[in-house]
Design a protein around this ligand. Structure first.
Ligand code: PGA
Length: 339
């Protein structure tokens, strides 16, 4: 009955070959076809010649017709043998794909990823890695936090798998770069600073206040200096400090204003001891970038982390949007921070 057909066991699943032939026989068979000789196949597979002969006898019985014919000193496949060889190739190719997948899967589960990030990315990189390792608990992770110059050296020496960077101007390096989460830069001051809470401050007004700057080579410093110079304004520099945390403490202590990534305020938020000032041209909407060497194939584990950054980007973007709103600022237009 036609309606029942799809419920019957397909006849092909009970073929003699499926029942009586083994993968090992097919492997031996294939070696004989390739090498043209039972002896050479036995040597290549490290089995005795009687074993090869016996296995091929069983295989021909399972197929039902001879698989080889003797031509001089070599053997060559019969028509049935040629067909069996084509099927064998397909089977072993498919099995190879399964093995490749398993190897990759195991590599992915057990690998190691080395991530190096530029200073300010330390505010979210551990969180990113925490979320990643909840999904891939057996992947070992290492995180290096360095300044821009040192991270560039590390890229050159291929010391790590992935990098998180603030500026993608890495033209002389053969790297692939992927846009990541937003990185707004804001002007901060102690909560009791006279400018805190004032709306629409001009850059010129703010520039009269003493500033605490990041060290030369810092991306934050570079963006700040550029913003001031594009406005034709020179900031008053009181001191330079090589750490965002030290700058926050100095600003809280009333030593001056500073331009910092909003990420550096993520733990304390708007209720913390620092206020974000409402200054023209700020926030500067920068972006993070994920970078890796183009010349070297990523390990499965590193590729998994790269893919995970894409998956994690909306989480981080939403945190930035919430933090901006908490400090009373609008989030970036969609195309902002492209560089
Ligand atoms: P920085 O980098 O920590 O060197 O300032 C961050 C950035 O480039 O925005």
């Amino acid at each position: 009955m036609v309606e029942n057909r799809e419920f019957t066991v397909p006849a092909r699943s009970t073929t003699r070959l499926a029942r009586y032939a083994t993968l090992r026989q097919l492997q031996i068979f294939s070696a004989i076809v390739r090498l043209g000789s039972f002896t050479k196949a036995s040597e290549a597979l490290f089995v005795t010649q009687p074993t090869v002969s016996m296995q091929m006898k069983k295989l021909s019985t399972a197929v039902g017709v001879p698989l080889f014919e003797q031509v001089g000193r070599t053997v060559r496949p019969t028509e049935a043998g040629l067909r069996l060889e084509a099927a064998t190739k397909t089977v072993f190719e498919a099995l190879g794909e399964v093995e490749d997948w398993v190897a990759e899967y195991q590599g992915l589960r057990r690998g190691k990823v080395r991530l190096a990030v530029i200073t300010t990315a330390k505010y979210f990189a551990p969180e990113l890695l925490g979320a990643f390792s909840r999904e891939y608990p057996d992947i070992d992770l290492s995180l290096k936090v360095s300044n821009r110059d040192r991270v560039i050296e590390r890229i050159r020496a291929q010391e790590d798998d992935l990098y998180i960077f603030g500026q993608p101007d890495l033209d002389d390096l053969d790297v692939a770069i992927h846009p990541f989460a937003p990185n707004p830069l804001v002007v901060v001051a102690a909560r009791d600073h006279p400018l805190a809470g004032r709306r629409g401050l001009s850059l010129a007004e703010v520039a009269r206040e003493p500033f605490i700057l990041r060290e030369p080579g810092s991306g934050t410093r570079h963006a700040m200096v550029r913003a001031f110079s594009e406005a034709g304004v020179t900031p008053t520099v009181r001191m330079e400090l090589g750490s965002n945390e030290a700058i926050k403490h100095a600003a809280i202590a009333g030593l001056g204003l500073a331009v910092l990534s909003l990420h550096s305020l993520s733990v304390e938020g708007a209720r913390g001891p620092l206020a974000v000032l409402d200054v023209e041209g700020f926030p500067i909407h920068r972006r993070w970038w994920v970078v890796h060497a183009r010349g070297r194939e990523l390990s499965p584990a590193a590729a998994a982390l790269l893919a995970f950054t894409r998956h994690y980007e909306p989480v981080l973007s939403a945190q930035v949007t919430d933090l901006l709103a908490e400090f009373g600022m609008a989030s970036a237009p969609p195309d902002a921070g492209a560089a």
